[in-house]
Design a protein around this ligand. Structure first.
Ligand code: HEM
Length: 449
């Protein structure tokens, strides 16, 4: 029997949200983590696009499909807030990151932060990244069982030191900061959500202190000397009417931006590698395009020429949306597609499963980058059909940075390496946290030059 989340107000023509909530607090959390696609489909067919159930200890309304995603993300009535929703998952470790701010305050910070993501800034970040990519990819030792995911994760972490922090660190200091950063990220998915020494939550709080000290220590030099890195850009960012970030803001935003940038880009590149290994004809096609560029280290203006790589990147983000779900908290009574959502509800936009809805995508399980090509543009069926970067006021501010970095890295990998997986290999995609291959994506890696 379906259960009603809350009766709609008397006299309204709203419908209740129905669901099969499962056991209080636990609900279908484990099943949803193990098989998000199957569970989402089942709910959609039983209850339609808006349904509810217990998820991670909360009554959670899941809104499926592009129309519902648009309503929640565009948030016309300011009914949905980010802070209270995201804080539950990542709050203590990414406190006062811009994604956790709301409404006027968020807008104020966003206007300042935007100054660190202008085209000239992106061009400078790209230049700073080139040598680091060359060094990282050049150090790879080809062989069988080479774990793509692990190497890409290390590379993006190392690039973050160059491009985000712009600080010279010796290996042990870089590892210490990277380690703290990884602990802060992992803490968000801890089962025991209070500090017990040795467990994730405790390590996460300690890591947060390490990161705060690190950025605070380097801040005075960044303020005075500047540089072409994101840290310096946030220190210097100023709106036309003279608003700037305080020292605390810079520290909070740096820690958050590292997190926002790192796993998402790693996941996208790993997904691209997986599908390019399974579809060698596409790997050849994108490699040819890179060769035609005639430059080992691409320039900012070159990236537009990597058109097939762009299609592959979009298709990878469709098949595996790096941020699988976008949570919000209803701060007042509201509605989605005619369903009554009471104040206090947690509402989730599941981009991971939305991207594979057969109502929206032709043959959604198939790797078919051409679906994004001009002559097809399947994504145009709805503005929110493809939304790996979210939408509305919180739409990813690093979207262009991400595209630039991913293409710059892949261009160099394609020119110097070929990789493959055994026939019939299918990766074990772990969706218990941000999606990643449980086996690290072992490939056979060969050097080309
Ligand atoms: C493939 C890579 C990336 C993906 C898929 C991605 C995805 C997202 C998504 C879905 C959001 C919105 C979350 C929400 O609405 O609740 C977001 C926000 C954000 N992202 Fe990204 N991101 C990526 C890369 C980056 C990079 C490289 C940076 C920084 C250089 C970055 C910085 C941010 C920031 C600061 C926000 C918060 C914006 C705000 O709240 O105003 N992201 N990202």
């Amino acid at each position: 029997m379906p259960s009603i989340l809350a009766p709609p107000p008397e006299g309204s023509d709203l419908k209740p949200v129905l669901g099969d909530p499962g056991v209080p607090l636990i609900g279908h959390t484990l099943q949803t983590m193990r098989d998000p696609f199957g569970i989402a489909r089942n709910r959609y067919l039983r209850f339609g696009p808006v349904s509810w159930g217990w998820l991670l200890g909360r009554r959670t309304v899941t809104v499926q499909g592009p129309e519902a995603a648009e309503t929640v993300l565009v948030n016309k009535d300011k009914a949905f807030a980010n802070g209270p929703a995201w804080t539950y998952y990542i709050g203590p470790f990414f406190t006062r990151g811009i994604m956790l701010l709301d409404f006027e305050e968020h807008l104020h910070h966003r206007r300042i932060m935007q100054q660190a993501f202008t085209r000239p800034k992106l061009r400078a970040y790209m230049e700073a990244m080139g040598p680091g990519i060359e060094r990282g990819v050049g150090s790879w030792t080809p062989g069988d069982g080479w774990r793509f995911y692990d190497h890409i994760k290390q590379l993006t972490l190392d690039l973050a030191t160059d491009v985000f922090m712009g600080v010279e660190l010796d290996r042990s200091e870089a590892d210490r900061i990277n380690g703290a950063f990884i602990d802060a990220v992992r803490a968000g998915t801890a089962y025991v959500r209070f500090p017990v020494p040795g467990l994730r939550w405790h390590k996460g709080l300690r890591a947060r202190r390490v990161l705060e000290e690190f950025f605070r220590g380097h801040l005075p030099a960044k303020r005075s000397r500047g540089g072409d890195d994101l840290f310096a850009a946030l220190c210097q960012a100023e709106t036309d009417d003279g608003h700037r970030f305080t020292d605390d803001d810079v520290v909070n935003h740096m820690i958050f931006a590292l997190m926002a940038a790192h796993d998402t880009s790693t996941i996208t590149m790993t997904t691209m590698a997986y599908y390019l290994a399974r579809h060698p004809e596409w790997q050849d096609r994108v490699r040819e395009e890179s060769r035609a560029l005639g430059r080992r280290v691409p320039e900012f203006a070159d990236l537009d020429a990597l058109a097939s790589l762009d299609l592959v990147m979009k298709e990878a983000m469709r098949l595996v949306s790096p941020v699988p779900a976008l949570p919000r908290r209803a701060v007042k009574d509201t509605s989605v597609l005619g369903h009554h959502i009471p104040a206090g509800s947690t509402v989730v936009v599941p981009t991971l499963t939305n991207h594979r809805m057969p109502e929206v995508w032709k043959d959604p399980e198939r790797f078919d980058p051409e679906r994004f090509a001009e002559h097809r543009r399947e994504d145009k069926v709805h503005k929110y059909a493809w939304a790996p970067f979210g939408g509305g006021a919180h739409k990813c501010i690093g979207m262009h940075f991400a595209g630039m970095q991913i293409k710059a890295v892949f261009h160099q990998i394609l020119l110097t390496h070929r990789w493959s997986v055994p026939d019939g290999y299918e990766w074990p995609l772990d969706t218990t946290s941000l999606p990643s291959p449980a086996d690290g994506l072992p490939v056979r890696l060969e050097r080309l030059s």
